[in-house]
Design a protein around this ligand. Structure first.
Ligand code: BG6
Length: 432
């Protein structure tokens, strides 16, 4: 079966930074020699500027069209020229406001038969209602089986390894509940600021940008049930069950802050958009009651670090208790251990048992994984509509409260550590 990949927004930032390099690596590996790429652009482009790699140049064509004109989609259909045993992946790398109309025009032009998969980039709505509307718009033309919602955090190497680690190591399966676990923290710290994405970020903020998708997905991988006979194809259902067990987020235990200088960056004095957020969640599942989950993310912090820390209950203070899934920049798993110091004194020292990849192993980039899994129809690294809606339901109390609240931002200096922000930021309603 030949795969044709139709990319809307081929000249855009994501395409340049992520998709084209990922496609270069996939085709260089020789796995998909017959992959054809058709880029859609609103303006004439110099293909040679866009596609540097000769391997891609020979398999890429560009169609220039007006994205709002139905007749241009007919022309596009002719250019794609799908035969009976081809499959077509349609990648929408366009602003969310544009995707609804494109999906509709694609559907009207008959692009929605069962040889077609449609790949969508976040954001999937900006709140619960808009997410439901977006789903309705898409499902009016495409069956949900055909829809591949990308969450590139799910495609990161260590994210998938969480499932493998939990499923295939008896030691941890025995202690993966509230009898042994005290709390779980998920951190996604970024040293970059909003990097000029003022319009996008003003409508988004840290909660929508990182927590609603990426961090909720990571949490669900950590707390979902993993039956002994689980197949990868069932992972999405188990993630959904985990999300369904979570209680709604609570303002009283949420911390929200903005880096100093953000309002100048977005030229909006008085903006209340948060660039840092820490949400505490809890589950109603009997095995997780009493275990708090902290999801924390922020821009303009002191470092780029994504990790999941699982803290075990201690029997006494002189014990270590932390297991870390390192997602980036280092990739691996680490356990802190107390061991005897190698001398005559019978003293202890903290050492680390760790798993990492050898320096010569090149891990696939998340976007490579996304494209390959979409070609193969492996849906477990994509987010289902039900997961998207459930995540919004959990976070909606915060979204609703913040839309009415003008003055709930605390400011932090660029380069702060997350711990500093958390220590300084007020928890506005903790004692209500
Ligand atoms: C994106 C967000 O989804 O993820 C960005 O929109 C963020 O704001 C980025 O910087 C982080 O991705 P990564 O893979 O660099 O951690």
């Amino acid at each position: 079966m030949t795969t044709k990949l139709l990319i809307f927004g081929i000249t855009g930032d994501l395409s340049r930074r992520k998709l084209i390099p990922a496609l270069e690596r996939i085709t260089q590996a020789g796995t998909y020699d017959d992959l054809e790429i058709i880029g859609v652009s609103r303006r004439e482009v110099d293909e040679s500027m866009l596609i540097r790699d000769s391997g891609l140049a020979s398999r890429t064509s560009i169609v220039t069209m007006d994205l709002s004109k139905a007749e241009d989609y007919e022309r596009l259909k002719t250019a794609v020229n799908l035969s009976e045993d081809d499959q077509l992946l349609i990648y929408l790398s366009v602003p969310p406001a544009a995707s609804g109309q494109i999906v509709q025009l694609l559907g009207q032009a008959g692009f929605n038969d069962d040889r077609v998969k449609i790949m969508l980039e976040k954001p999937f709505g900006t709140d619960l209602e808009s997410a439901k509307r977006m789903a309705e718009q898409i499902n009016a033309w495409f069956d949900d089986e055909q829809v591949y919602r990308i969450d590139h955090y799910l495609a990161k190497e260590m994210a998938q390894n969480i499932v493998a680690f939990r499923a295939h190591n008896a030691l941890f399966a025995h202690v993966w509940d509230n009898s042994a676990i005290e709390k779980i923290e998920i951190h996604a710290y970024e040293s970059i600021d909003i990097e000029g994405r003022a319009q996008f970020y003003e409508q988004t903020g840290a909660l929508r940008d990182l927590v609603q998708g990426h961090l909720m997905q990571l949490l669900s991988l950590v707390i979902m049930d993993i039956p002994g006979d689980m197949h990868w194809s069932q992972v999405s259902t188990h993630r959904l069950n985990a999300l369904q067990s979570l209680q709604s987020a609570d303002m009283r235990t949420t911390v929200r802050a903005q880096y100093d200088g953000y309002q100048d960056d977005v030229q909006n004095p008085g903006s209340t958009t948060e660039t840092f957020v820490s949400v505490r969640l809890e589950s109603d599942a009997p095995k997780w009651t009493g275990v708090p989950f902290y999801l924390t993310t922020g821009k303009a912090l002191d470092q780029k670090l994504t990790e999941i820390k699982v803290y075990f209950k201690k029997f006494h203070d002189a014990q270590t208790n932390c297991l870390i899934f390192r997602i980036q920049p280092e990739v691996g798993i680490e356990i802190a251990l107390n061991t005897l110091k190698p001398d005559y004194e019978y003293e202890y020292e903290e050492t680390h048992l760790s798993f990492g990849y050898p320096a010569d192993v090149v891990l696939p980039d998340a976007y490579e994984q996304v494209i390959v899994d979409a070609i193969r129809g492996h849906k477990h690294i994509f987010t289902s509509n039900a997961e998207v809606i459930r995540s919004w339901e959990i976070l909606q109390p915060l979204v609703s409260h913040w839309s009415m609240c003008e003055a709930c931002n605390h400011t932090y200096a660029k380069g702060s550590t997350a711990e500093q922000v958390l220590a300084d930021a007020p928890r506005p309603h903790e004692n209500d």
